[in-house]
Design a protein around this ligand. Structure first.
Ligand SMILES: [Zn+2]
Length: 206
């Protein structure tokens, strides 16, 4: 597996110019790389691009820290809604009892939220999926989705408790609660997690 290490990054607050992929402007795209230290996440590299010609803007951040792969488990109910959750862009969040899981993709962002924020994110995702299906929705799919929303609401109201799991192969995520169980992932478990990065086995790269 190839990972970027801090030694690979030579630039800091350095501006580069490139051609704009949107308007085709020549050297109009300003690229700024900046390293920063963020609570919970450690050192990150932020890349921001903006085009002087068409105004196109985009930004992305990647973690420069590689800590031990970790899993946090917390039994959540209405008393845990304000517990801090820091999720890096390489983390997987799941609520197995409800069949909910968010795996990192290329567009994943890290965020610091709390348990209620995580529940709200899941709720929005289910609602979005329902809306996408529209009127042609399979009745079973619809019932399942409504059940999930009902259960998320019951957790928030204190009528139900369930297990929240946060797994990060780079160890840059945390459920910041004294009752949370923290365990290290075995190399096999870490390997199975998606990271959102394109990774290659060294043997595949000639
Ligand atoms: Zn442009």
């Amino acid at each position: 597996m190839i990972c970027m290490s801090k030694d690979d990054i030579f630039y800091n607050n350095e501006i580069m110019y490139s051609d704009c992929p949107v308007c085709g402007g020549v050297k109009t795209l300003e690229i700024t790389n900046r390293t920063d230290n963020i609570p919970y996440f450690g050192d990150i590299l932020e890349t921001a691009v903006s085009c002087n010609s068409c105004g196109y803007q985009s930004s992305d951040s990647i973690s420069l820290e590689h800590n031990d792969p970790v899993r946090f488990k917390l039994k959540i109910d209405s008393t845990k809604l304000s517990s801090r959750v820091a999720k890096s862009q390489t983390a997987t969040v799941s609520i197995p009892d409800l069949g909910l899981k968010v795996e990192p993709g290329p567009k994943s962002q890290g965020y610091v939220s709390n348990v209620e924020g995580i529940l709200n994110r899941f709720e929005s995702a289910v609602l979005r999926a329902l809306k996408l299906e529209g009127d042609d929705i399979d009745p079973d799919v619809q019932e399942n989705a409504l059940n999930i929303i009902d259960n998320l609401t019951r957790i928030k109201l204190g009528e139900m408790s369930t297990l929240l799991i946060l797994e990060d192969p780079f160890g840059n995520s945390v459920i910041d609660d004294d009752d949370a169980d923290k365990e290290l992932l075995t190399p096999e478990e870490a390997e199975k997690l998606q990271t959102g990065f394109a990774t290659f086995d060294e043997s595949e790269v000639e």
